[in-house]
Design a protein around this ligand. Structure first.
Ligand code: MCN
Ligand code: MOS
Length: 768
């Protein structure tokens, strides 16, 4: 078989005319062919001379102290170069956090003596080969003084936790309004620990050349991670280069430099050799925290028609003993429905686990499970349709910020979704629809995610052959950055997308902030548009003003560039290709670096924008409140005898504003919905209460959906361009669609069975 590879795949040349290459076109993923054929080289696949291999040794207790580490057997094992322990590694400096908060002047040891969770790095073995390192790591003997651990939120020792006052949201008098309301519901909803589980585990190769550090590491944030490495080792930011050309998924887990990275970089420095460290699958469950387990109580008071008078919400999430993670449980609760009285508060509880982390739509996702289940309960209590109750309580403005929505096509999403799903044929009573011994249930729920905005930078080059290069230290972990930036440059410059090469994943390129909070597409299409516009202006100016240009005599003040060719707007002059024009004026390139920072920004502000999240623009800044929205309509079939739940149909209508590439946005939405099905029915980190350890820390036991679990999913865009959300009118896509899936399924399960499941995942023993 011959594999014919072109940079941007095969099929689109002929598609140029149908608009696929422009912004808004359905161009296929330009990184698809290299990924499918294996040509794409992932970060840790670099072959470097003298590469040594590090393997981590992790704590087997969840609380206590390391008494001693016996490394003798490991040190004399074949091929071993060094065994690192807390006693023989140099201390690093503590790095600032992602807000850029100045760190305490305290040393940082990525190998621990004080144990606060099971799976903490305590030692590492470096050897000539990976196999030798694995074998020797098994010979490291760690003895501990064990202390009692708080295993999870339900542990009696856990207590009520610490109030996070910054999360408190209140207006009106929610308690009094609830007490006076004729219809009242109050219920508690729980979500377990969940894990990002990307295909590619965490890992890196670190190499020092003098005081220059190069790190090949899958990364959602090259500049932020480079800053952390630089601060740890006390070298200038410019001395650290992060390289991350392809990423096998992140889902929030790869945005920060982590302890294992510090260990590998220390080993590389000590040995003066490049060191590769790749986590085992079990290690990925504690190398970075998954979604925090949460508990929330939602109390709703309404009038007899189901109009909400009051919402009282109390939430708690787990965090670690020495780290802080807040999973904002009141985020969806406070904006989804109009209510004159509202109160939301949140606590965190410290448990002996790794500090929880970001996982697709942190906050909004578990928050929606609470409020979107509760509103369904209210609908049954009042006796009206679950879709109707949502419309009756539709928030015409942001009830918390008291600002107009920039755009909110949620009513349209309800209408279109209901129509496509056939919602009007739903029979209202639970257990009233069946097919043989399968109980059929139809559920609806809404979802939302804020539009996070920041400034971006990009380099655009028009080269001598007329092709275009776009460079950015942003990344593509599968969501489509390579493709949409090619489309943006192609459209702005008037060249075929096939002639655009997008280079990402190297911190030497124009800087980029974090790929998190579904902000990258909006930020980077804006930056590329700006840089490409500047390059185009320069090209046109050159064509008009350079005496050697064929357009010089035309006396035009502008020209048109389309399909890689330049002509006068009236079509009455010459017409040449970009390459011919550059040749005629003796230029081998035009280069423009553009950023969307305010023009008077200082170098310090620019650095801060790309290496911290401190400069992110609030989604309620100015006159508007900016969110993406969606409505999920889901059918489940529950086996009456066995309690097994299958999702048999999903129709979702989503408002992400203007779509840069509908094909990719649809794929993102489907991915989010699939992850939501996993969350609803399968995913749960199970804690061994004796050892405070996640027992199902592998992909055989931590269940994620496979193709057989997934029915046809129909996604429909109802967005309109939103000029307040981004330069090109798009809102966030990546995280939106997971939000609301789990409650839509739980609501469908109630409709099917009459059983309200308020603890995820909805497993069969909860139904029989
Ligand atoms: N898009 C679009 N129109 C818009 C916005 C986005 O067509 N108006 C499409 C583009 O293809 C774009 C993609 O959606 O590349 C995602 O854009 P955006 O919503 O801005 O999200 P980011 O690029 O910032 O990606 C991060 C986001 C997050 S935060 C998580 S978590 C997540 C997600 O993307 N992790 C993913 N999607 C993922 N997809 C894959 N395959 N792997 C992951 O780890
Ligand atoms: Mo996404 S959890 O913000 O990387």
């Amino acid at each position: 078989m011959t594999v014919h590879m072109k940079r941007h795949g095969e099929s689109k040349r002929g598609d140029a005319s149908d608009g696929r290459e422009a912004v808004g076109g359905r161009l296929s993923r330009v990184d698809g062919p290299p990924k499918i054929t294996g040509a794409a080289k992932y970060a840790v696949e670099q072959q470097l001379d003298g590469l040594a291999y590090a393997v981590l040794v992790e704590s087997t207790i969840a609380a206590g102290k390391v008494r001693s580490i016996d490394t003798e057997a490991a040190e004399s094992a074949p091929g071993v170069l060094r065994v690192l322990t807390p006693d023989n590694i140099p201390p690093l400096k503590t790095a600032s956090d992602w807000l850029g908060t100045p760190p305490p002047d305290a040393p940082y040891y990525p190998l621990a003596r004080d144990i606060t969770f099971s799976g903490q790095h305590v030692a590492a073995v470096v050897a000539e080969t990976f196999e030798q390192a694995v074998a020797a790591a098994a010979l490291v003997k760690v003895s501990y003084d064990e202390a009692p651990a708080i295993v999870d939120l339900s542990d009696a020792k856990a207590g009520d936790g610490i109030p996070i006052d910054a999360m408190t949201k209140e207006w009106g008098d929610a308690e009094a309004a609830f007490a006076a309301a004729p219809v009242r519901i109050c219920a508690a909803y729980n979500t377990p620990r969940e894990y990002q589980a990307p295909m590619e585990p965490h890992g890196l190769i670190a190499r020092w050349q003098g005081d220059q550090l190069t790190v090949w590491e899958p990364s959602q944030w090259l500049d932020g991670m480079a800053r952390t490495y630089a601060e740890w080792f006390g070298v200038p930011f410019e001395n650290v280069r992060l390289v991350s050309p392809y990423i096998g998924g992140g889902f929030g887990s790869k945005a920060l430099a982590l302890g294992h990275g510090a260990v590998a970089a220390i080993a590389a420095r000590m040995l003066e050799r490049p060191v590769r460290l790749v986590m085992t699958r079990p290690q990925t469950f504690t190398g970075y925290g998954g979604r925090a387990a949460t508990r929330q109580t939602v109390t709703i008071g309404a009038d007899a028609e189901g109009k909400i008078q009051s919402i009282v919400h109390r939430g708690v999430n787990e965090t670690s003993i020495d780290g802080m993670w807040v999973e904002p449980l009141g985020s969806t609760t406070s904006i989804m429905y109009a209510t004159p009285n509202f109160s939301s508060r949140q606590n965190v509880v410290r448990v002996n686990s790794v500090v929880p982390g970001a996982m697709r739509a942190p906050g909004e996702n578990p928050s929606a499970f609470g409020i979107e289940s509760a509103i369904d309960e209210l609908a049954y209590e009042v006796g009206i349709d679950p879709l109707e109750i949502r419309l009756r309580n539709y928030a015409e403005e942001d009830p918390h910020a008291k600002k107009a929505w920039s755009t909110r096509q949620l009513r349209e999403a309800y209408a279109v979704g209901a129509e496509r799903f056939g919602w009007s044929k739903r029979s209202p009573q639970p257990r009233s629809m069946r097919d043989g011994n399968q109980l059929i249930g139809w559920g609806v729920a809404a979802g939302t995610y804020p539009v996070r905005r920041a400034y971006g930078e990009a380099m655009v080059r028009i080269l001598a052959d007329g092709s275009v290069e776009v460079e950015s230290s942003s990344i593509d972990m599968g969501q489509g950055t390579y493709t949409i930036l090619a489309q943006t440059a192609a459209e702005t410059l008037g060249v075929p997308a096939d002639n655009v090469v997008v280079k990402l994943g190297d911190s030497r390129f124009a800087r980029a902030g974090v790929t998190g909070g579904s902000r990258l597409a909006g930020v980077m299409t804006g930056a590329v548009h700006k840089a490409a516009s500047a390059a185009l202006d320069e090209l046109v100016a050159l064509a008009i003003s350079d005496p050697r240009s064929p357009f010089h005599a035309l006396q035009a003040n502008t020209l048109v560039v389309a399909n890689g060719r330049i002509a006068s707007p009236r079509g009455d002059g010459p017409e040449v290709s970009i390459a011919e024009l550059l040749a005629s004026v003796g230029r081998d390139r035009i280069e423009a670096k553009g950023d969307t920072m305010p023009a008077n920004s200082t170098a310090e502000e620019r650095y801060k924008n790309y290496t911290t999240i401190a400069m992110a623009l609030p989604h309620t800044e100015g006159d508007y409140s900016r969110y993406s929205w969606c409505a999920h309509f889901i059918e489940v079939r529950v086996d009456e005898d066995f309690g097994t739940v299958r999702v048999s149909r999903v129709v979702s209508a989503l408002d992400s504003g203007r779509l840069y590439n509908p094909k990719l946005a649809e794929s993102q939405w489907k991915g989010g919905i699939i992850m939501g099905i996993g969350q609803a029915l399968l995913e749960e980190g199970i804690v061994d209460r004796r050892h405070g350890r996640i027992v199902n820390n592998n992909l055989a036991d931590y269940l994620v959906p496979t193709n057989a679990d997934i029915p046809d999913i129909e996604v429909i865009s109802v967005g309109i361009p939103d000029p307040h959300s981004s330069a090109l009118g798009g809102k966030g896509v990546g995280e939106l669609a997971i939000v609301g899936v789990a409650p839509a399924i739980a609501n469908a399960v109630f409709h099917a069975t009459g059983k309200r499941i308020r603890d995820l995942p909805i497993t069969l023993e909860k139904l029989i």
